[in-house]
Ligand binder design. Sequence first.
Ligand SMILES: [Zn+2]
Length: 68
Amino acid sequence: MTDDITLRLDRATAEDLYVALYESGEHIAAGAAIHEPSTDEVKRLGKLLQDLGHRLGRTCSPYCDQLI
Ligand SMILES: [Zn+2]
């Protein structure tokens, strides 16, 4: 039995994730600036983080009922 998880991303969320990881890496490695995300980016990445957390068995808030 595998312990893998699967997330399906739309293109906009995948692009946001790529940029967030790339900028984080450059920031850690060389102090590069991280751009301020747009409202839409924040919404997409917030939803991705919530979905990923649920798949990992984490609750996203004290009121989360996604793990039942
Ligand atoms: Zn939740």
